[in-house]
Design a protein around this ligand. Structure first.
Ligand SMILES: *[C@@H]1O[C@H](CO)[C@@H](O)[C@H](O)[C@H]1NC(C)=O
Ligand SMILES: *[C@@H]1O[C@H](CO)[C@@H](O)[C@H](O)[C@H]1NC(C)=O
Ligand SMILES: *[C@@H]1O[C@H](CO)[C@@H](O)[C@H](O)[C@H]1NC(C)=O
Ligand SMILES: *[C@@H]1O[C@H](CO)[C@@H](O)[C@H](O)[C@H]1NC(C)=O
Ligand SMILES: *[C@@H]1O[C@H](CO)[C@@H](O)[C@H](O)[C@H]1NC(C)=O
Ligand SMILES: *[C@@H]1O[C@H](CO)[C@@H](O)[C@H](O)[C@H]1NC(C)=O
Ligand SMILES: *[C@@H]1O[C@H](CO)[C@@H](O)[C@H](O)[C@H]1NC(C)=O
Ligand SMILES: *[C@@H]1O[C@H](CO)[C@@H](O)[C@H](O)[C@H]1NC(C)=O
Ligand SMILES: *[C@@H]1O[C@H](CO)[C@@H](O)[C@H](O)[C@H]1NC(C)=O
Ligand SMILES: *[C@@H]1O[C@H](CO)[C@@H](O)[C@H](O)[C@H]1NC(C)=O
Ligand SMILES: *[C@@H]1O[C@H](CO)[C@@H](O)[C@H](O)[C@H]1NC(C)=O
Ligand SMILES: *[C@@H]1O[C@H](CO)[C@@H](O)[C@H](O)[C@H]1NC(C)=O
Length: 544
């Protein structure tokens, strides 16, 4: 995606959003939902129940995200108001949000030009008009000293605020990033485990009966898709999170350097001008002139960042309430590859259905049959009360099914069937029951294996449903909005305020270094003249 404005500072932020993207060929998104209890749906329902006024639009019409927040002047469109809402692929959005930082960029420019001219004039003045008569005022001297001290203190406070702000900002972005990476990891784990469970199903056989060959080939097919989705997501997560971390660390380092440099500058400038070291003060003034311009630009960038973060937080919140409407978030975060999720869901159901069916056919046709010894291999001397069948959670057309009376479910099957296990002996190559029972230990174990595999697959149902209906994205966004957004917004603001304070204070300090130095020079000269007047020989006064 080509962004019209792409200062590296935004990279972390954009990548954060790109992280969970499934582009057209990535099938799955992030989510963390406890698998057995469908917690997401409960959260969702609670959310809806708690806000009855909320109109959950399920239509596919377009929806403008964060429309109120992003209603700003757009310099690219004759300063008309921008109405496109949150849309980071729209250059008008960036222009309008960038325009909010315009005052700071203007200050930077004005400062650069005006102070540059002042410096030039001061320089000329110093060279040409040094033989002027001076009027020394004690008040001006004292005032400039007091203000100099004041602004130096303000600069120090600003540096401390900036340093703290960047620490908190870094911690907050790292937390958000870890959360998103955790969600992605969880999804990758689930996809891999699901794929492994499906693979296990291929190996399941009870009494020499296996899954039909078409089901086996379906498993192979979906497994390939699951593998590539999981690998792709894992790869993406790893690469992106590494990049984001690098950017975050650079931002952190940059801000620390800025804070330290400004602190040093304010301190040295104060010291040198108090000591009256003209030449060093002049050098610092020039350095400070450029640094202050830089920090004002940085302020503007952080103000912009602050607005984008706030817009995104609002956009995420609104997206949660309009999950199916077409929004700008969908452009970079297509809700999910519904087709693959649906296919996985139905394949999972199919495999579960077939496995349970397989076990039940063996129970009905073999274990519960009473065969004469001549009917081997169906006969293995099974006898006694009939075994209950396993409850199939799905119907033939893969919809939910409720268990009928007398069926055992995944949880109690192995325990109930144990009562029907006989003791066995191997007679001429075949395992034969020697006591009353319906299944030999071998068949019992095979049935248990089938039950555990099918219940394993069955448990991924809710996970796959949530992949399909976007619950996972909603949960992630809701969590980020509730847990991470307030911190992010607050600390970006701290950094911004710290930068404003530092730039403002250092800017004024610079001016007072010059003013104070001038007053000090006048004072010295005044003293000199005063001392020279009574006719004593003038002795050299070193301005130190
Ligand atoms: C919800 O939206 C529908 C149409 O999208 C509209 O008819 C209905 O009045 C809305 N309800 C509320 C409470 O806004
Ligand atoms: C929703 O999408 C379907 C097909 O993509 C289209 O037929 C239908 O008109 C759309 N509905 C709205 C309200 O845009
Ligand atoms: C995500 O998985 C990667 C590799 O499996 C691991 O290095 C990383 O620590 C995990 N991150 C989180 C937040 O769980
Ligand atoms: C995936 O399987 C491994 C090992 O079987 C297990 O430790 C892990 O908790 C499972 N992950 C999920 C998300 O179920
Ligand atoms: C899927 O990945 C697992 C390991 O993660 C591997 O054992 C299996 O062979 C792969 N299956 C396919 C079809 O690629
Ligand atoms: C991850 O993706 C990159 C580029 O898309 C590719 O070069 C690399 O081989 C992938 N790594 C894995 C483990 O799939
Ligand atoms: C976002 O902006 C792009 C580029 O202007 C545009 O193509 C897209 O339709 C916009 N998306 C929405 C949802 O308005
Ligand atoms: C999912 O797949 C099943 C069968 O493969 C199909 O009947 C159903 O309509 C699909 N649902 C969606 C939302 O694609
Ligand atoms: C079990 O019996 C049913 C009919 O009752 C039959 O369709 C099925 O093929 C039989 N299964 C086995 C494994 O013999
Ligand atoms: C099927 O059962 C699952 C879990 O018991 C439930 O979450 C889902 O809503 C049910 N689906 C239908 C169509 O009833
Ligand atoms: C097995 O558990 C199910 C539900 O938990 C119950 O309905 C059924 O009666 C139990 N069967 C036996 C034999 O205990
Ligand atoms: C078959 O099982 C019965 C118990 O039901 C047992 O008495 C008998 O000895 C067994 N027959 C063989 C050949 O083991």
């Amino acid at each position: 995606m080509a962004l019209p404005i792409s200062p590296p500072l935004f990279a972390w932020f954009l990548l954060m959003l790109f992280l969970p993207i499934s582009s057209s060929h990535v099938s799955f998104q992030i989510q963390r939902t406890p698998i057995p209890e469908n917690d997401g749906l409960i959260t969702w329902r609670r959310l809806v129940a708690e806000s009855p006024s909320m109109n959950i639009s399920v239509d596919n019409s377009s929806f403008v995200l964060a429309a109120d927040r992003t209603y700003r002047k757009d310099p690219l469109d004759d300063f008309k108001k921008y109405t496109g809402g949150w849309n980071i692929s729209n250059r008008h959005y960036w222009a309008s949000v960038g325009f909010t930082a315009a005052p700071l960029f203007t200050i930077a420019l004005v400062w650069f030009v005006v102070f540059g001219l002042v410096l030039l004039l001061a320089c000329l003045c110093y060279c040409c008009c040094r033989r002027q008569s001076y009027s020394y005022s004690r008040t001006a001297y004292a005032l400039s000293l007091i203000l100099l001290i004041l602004f130096t203190c303000a600069a120090i406070v600003g540096c401390i605020l900036l340093y703290n702000g960047q620490g908190k900002f870094h911690a907050s972005t790292t937390t958000t990033l870890d959360y998103v990476v955790g969600q992605a990891n969880f999804t990758v784990d689930n996809l891999r485990n699901f794929s492994t469970s499906l693979a296990a199903a291929k190996a399941v056989g009870v009494d020499r009966v296996f899954l039909p060959s078409n089901v086996q080939s379906n498993i192979d097919e979906i497994q390939t898709k699951l593998n590539s989705s999981a690998n792709d997501l894992a790869n993406r997560t790893l690469t992106n999170s590494k990049n984001i971390r690098d950017v975050l660390n650079s931002v952190r380092l940059g801000l620390i350097i800025v804070a330290a440099a400004m602190l040093l500058l304010a301190f040295l400038g104060f010291l040198f001008s108090i000591l009256g070291w003209q030449f060093l003060v002049s050098i610092l003034v020039v350095i400070g002139w450029i640094l202050v311009t830089g920090t004002f630009i940085l302020c503007g960038i952080f103000l912009l960042l602050h607005n984008v973060v706030a817009d995104t937080c609002v956009a995420m919140d609104e997206w949660v309430t309009h999950p199916h409407a077409h929004t700008a978030l969908d452009d970079i975060l297509p809700c999910v590859d519904v087709a693959t999720a649906n296919e996985s869901l139905y394949r999972g159901r199919e495999v579960t259905f077939q496995l349970v069916n397989l076990v039940n056919q063996v129970i009905v046709n073999v274990s519960n049959g009473n065969f004469p010894p001549s009917a081997a291999p169906l006969y293995y001397n099974q006898s006694g009360p009939l075994m209950p069948t396993l409850c199939n959670p799905y119907t033939q057309d893969l919809n939910n099914r409720t268990c009928s009376a007398g069926e055992v479910d995944f949880n109690n099957a192995s325990q109930v069937w144990r009562q029907y296990e006989c003791r066995s002996a191997v007679v001429s190559g075949t395992e034969i029951c020697t006591t009353v029972g319906r299944v030999t230990p071998t068949i019992y174990n095979q049935m248990n294996a089938a039950v555990s595999v099918s219940s394993g697959i069955y448990q991924y149902g809710p996970f796959l449903v949530q992949l399909e209906d976007c619950t996972f994205v909603r949960e992630t966004f809701t969590a980020i909005h509730d847990n991470n957004c307030p911190g992010l917004e607050k600390y970006v603001k701290w950094v911004y305020v710290g930068l404003v304070m530092v730039s403002g204070a250092v800017m004024l300090s610079l001016i007072f270094w010059l003013l104070y130095a001038r007053e000090r020079r006048h004072r010295m000269r005044n003293k000199q003249q005063f001392m020279a007047r009574p006719g004593q020989p003038p002795y050299p006064l070193h301005e130190k």
